[in-house]
Design a protein around this ligand. Sequence first.
Ligand SMILES: [Zn+2]
Length: 262
Amino acid sequence: MRYIFIALPPYLPARWHKIHSARIAALDALQTQEERSIYLNKHCSWVNLKKWLSQASGDKCWYCEAKSSRAPFDVDHFRPKLGITVNGVDLSGHNGYYWLAYEWWNFRLSCQRCNRPEKDDIHVLRGKANEFPVRDETSRCQNFEGALNNESPMLLDPCVQSDCDLLAHGIDGEVKPTANPGTWEYQRADYAISQLGLNAWNCPEIKRKQWSTLDILIRSKINRSEIVRKLQEHLSCDHEYSSFFRSAIGTHRDKAWIEALL
Ligand SMILES: [Zn+2]
């Protein structure tokens, strides 16, 4: 997970402001959850921002850093818009953060693996879906008047640098927590790894395989300029799994020319 920085003021596509105002006004006028649900399912205007969100990450999933290969990306609502689950169980009495449904700062570009519920190869259910546990339920916002800053989400947020720092890569391609076991920070990282399936779907194997080729190239010592070009390419923010490659390439930092690249 790499930190996603969006410069303020956000340079949103020109038409978005108009769409946003119209949607918010229409949503405000609805009284019941059923009406909101119908409206939000019919007016998925957030897809209009997909390209804009994609530019912020170099066309990578904000959660796992995978590139969109075949399936198109989703626009995930970090705070779910229509209902919340905690450990797979519906949170009773809460209809989701519907008032944030059209707020660009609640959108996270996500691959379908990270966003949609699906059982992995060992039949463990992965995917963020409507999961959104917080540290203390009494601080959860119930409506637009609530203070979001008082919530402590369990899920790591790619738009928060300190959250991204809670994950590190091993040379084995696996994502690991950086905090000490038993801490809230460790719990959060462990939860994100499990829920988003960061070590599922053969991801560590895919990373290891790519690293193996790069590692051989570094050791070959032939054509240094070509090797440097390759390494720079893998370290670039828009390269798939670039945070993994930064860690892996770092294992060669005893070489001054590698250290200079990091
Ligand atoms: Zn993903």
